[in-house]
Write a protein that binds this ligand. Structure first.
Ligand code: SF4
Length: 177
C-alpha cells in the first residue's frame, strides 16, 4: 500500500508498505486485513518499502536475521502489537530455562512416543534463551499497541503516517489488550 508524496522534483511518488511476522500468531495481520475495503483506498496510494510493519517478537536466531534485514530495507519501522513491543504471550516462556523447557516438552511430557527427541536438524533456527521485543535489536520508529491493534487503529495510524503526520491514536483507539 502507499500514500502519494511529492518528492524534491515535485513528482508524486508512492509509499511502499511491507509486513512480516516473527514470533507472533498472525492475529495482528488478521486485524490489519480487517480494514477491509478501506485497504483498497490505501493500496491506491502506495508505491516500495517506506513503512515496515512487524508482528511478533524474537524467539529464535532466524527471527533476528529477518528483523535486521527488514530494518535495513524500511525507512520507517513499526512494532505492531504486544508481541513485537514486549514479547507478548511467547515471552511467558522467559520464566524458564529453555533447555529445561525442551527436556520437558520432548522427553518428559505425558503421551510421548519412545522415539521422541529434541529436534536437532541443523536447518532449524536456534532458540534464543529469552523471547525479546524487537526494539532490543533494532531501532523502532513507532509502536502500535494492542493484542491485536484494532482495524480502526491501523487505519488511523497508517493514514497519519502516510500524510506525513505523527500518528496519534487518541484515547478511543489506544489499548493494550
Ligand atoms: Fe497475536 Fe496478540 Fe501477538 Fe498480535 S500481539 S501476534 S494478536 S498474540
Amino acid at each position: 500500500m502507499s500514500a502519494v508524496l511529492v518528492d524534491a522534483a515535485h513528482e508524486p511518488r508512492k509509499l511502499k508498505v511491507a509486513t512480516v511476522s516473527l514470533a507472533g500468531c498472525f492475529g495482528c495481520h488478521t486485524s490489519f486485513l480487517d480494514i477491509d475495503e478501506r485497504l483498497l483506498a490505501l493500496i491506491k496510494q502506495i508505491g516500495t518499502c517506506d513503512i515496515g510493519l512487524i508482528e511478533g517478537g524474537l524467539c529464535n536466531s532466524e527471527n533476528v536475521l529477518v528483523l535486521r534485514a527488514f530494518r535495513a530495507h524500511c525507512k520507517t519501522l513499526v512494532a505492531m502489537g504486544a508481541c513485537a513491543i514486549n514479547g507478548g504471550l511467547p515471552a511467558e516462556r522467559n520464566r524458564f530455562d529453555v533447555g529445561v523447557l525442551l527436556e520437558e516438552v520432548y522427553h518428559h511430557r505425558e503421551g510421548l512416543s519412545a522415539e521422541s527427541a529434541i529436534p536437532n536438524d541443523p536447518e532449524l533456527p536456534l532458540l534464543l534463551q529469552q523471547v525479546r521485543p524487537i526494539h532490543a535489536v533494532v531501532h523502532v520508529d513507532y509502536f502500535l499497541p494492542g493484542c491485536p491493534p484494532s482495524a480502526d487503529a491501523f487505519w488511523s495510524f497508517l493514514n497519519d503516517l502516510m500524510a506525513g503526520r505523527t500518528p496519534h491514536l487518541g484515547h478511543a483507539l489506544m489499548h493494550y489488550d
